[in-house]
Design a protein around this ligand. Structure first.
Ligand SMILES: [Zn+2]
Ligand SMILES: [Zn+2]
Length: 330
């Protein structure tokens, strides 16, 4: 099989021939059709993400199952699936007991990711893609979409509340659509005025174009009960926290570029909360896959052939990918 292998940090990823893998007990073999590219791939390239190299990256894969290992009874050959990050958790650690991300989970780092013609995955890490949802549109749901759905659910939105999405790229443009689909008043906060029309079309009730101080811009627009922060800017996240209404919650979904400074006095008197979220409950994944299948969430994609993985990663690093880039396999 052909696979894009990351051998060293800061070096070209190489498209090479590797032996076809065979699934062990509990695993499946997937013919990958699409593989989304995420910010983590840039962190991996820069050595900012702990990984044992060489590795095949790609944690937003979708495709068809071509072989099942012994004991796999819930999937069959021909099933259209995607694979989540935490494929098989230990079930024993304190995080597992609390139902959050397991530090001992088996992931693409253990079995290899989706930037490859064939990919092994634990069956427990696979999810069926609903009929009517294209494999390319489903790909970004498996990290970006799952993450924002979990972030919004973990913000405990109540009917009538206002959600502001800070940063409207790969994750943010999905968060805007999800919040709108759930019937919540949705604000998009962006530094790019040229995105305004697109964001209104995606379902934003209002677009706040902000400079250095999104918190002030948000307060000027009436504040928000929930901020879903998808930016990596610690400064922007700290500022947006001040745009929360009383009892507001900010959920951070990404790796910030430094410590986030929070106005603790403002948090105290207004009962504001800072929360974190990564994909936790499988029901969140199902929920956003269903929204996508109904056309209520439509990832905006740039699709490139797998052989151009280096170029796509460079585009992502340079901030040139407008929403989400997906690699297409031949
Ligand atoms: Zn990701
Ligand atoms: Zn665990």
């Amino acid at each position: 099989m052909q696979a894009v292998v990351v051998s060293e940090i800061h070096r070209e990823w190489k498209l090479i021939e590797l032996p076809d893998p065979r699934p062990q007990a509990g695993q499946v073999l997937i013919r990958v059709r699409y593989s989304g590219m995420c910010g983590t791939d840039v962190h991996l390239h820069r050595g900012q993400f702990p990984a044992k190299l060489p590795v095949v990256a790609g944690h937003e894969p979708t495709g068809e199952i071509v072989e099942v290992g012994a004991g796999v009874t819930d999937f069959k050959v021909g099933d259209r699936v995607g694979v989540v990050w935490d494929q098989k958790v230990c079930g024993r650690c304190p995080s597992c007991q609390k139902g959050v991300s397991c530090p001992n989970a088996q992931t693409w780092l253990d079995l290899g990711g989706g930037n490859s013609e064939l990919m092994l995955a634990w069956a427990s890490g696979c999810a069926l893609i609903p009929d009517g949802l294209a494999l390319e549109a489903a790909a970004p749901i498996f990290c970006a979409g799952y993450t924002v759905m979990s972030a919004l659910r973990n913000a405990s939105p109540a009917p009538g509340e206002r959600v502001a999405v800070l940063g409207v790229g790969g994750l943010g443009h999905l968060a805007v659509q999800v919040a709108h689909a759930l019937g919540l008043e949705t604000f998009a906060i962006t530094g790019k005025p040229d995105k305004r029309a697109e964001l209104l079309e995606l379902g934003a009730d209002e677009v706040v174009v902000s400079g250095d101080d999104p918190g002030k811009a948000l307060l000027d627009a009436g504040g928000a009960d929930i901020v879903i922060a998808t930016t990596s800017s610690a400064k922007q996240i700290g500022s947006a926290f001040n745009g929360l209404r009383p009892r507001g919650r900010l959920v951070s979904t990404g790796v910030a570029d430094g410590p986030v400074a929070i106005d603790s006095f403002g948090a105290m008197i207004a009962f504001r909360e800072f929360r974190g979220a990564v994909p936790d409950k499988r029901s969140h994944l199902t929920e956003i896959l269903e929204l996508a299948a109904k056309g209520k969430v439509e990832p905006k994609l740039e699709i490139y052939p797998l052989a151009r993985a280096n170029e796509v990663r460079d585009r992502l690093e340079a901030g040139k990918v407008r929403y989400r880039a997906v690699l297409a396999h031949a």
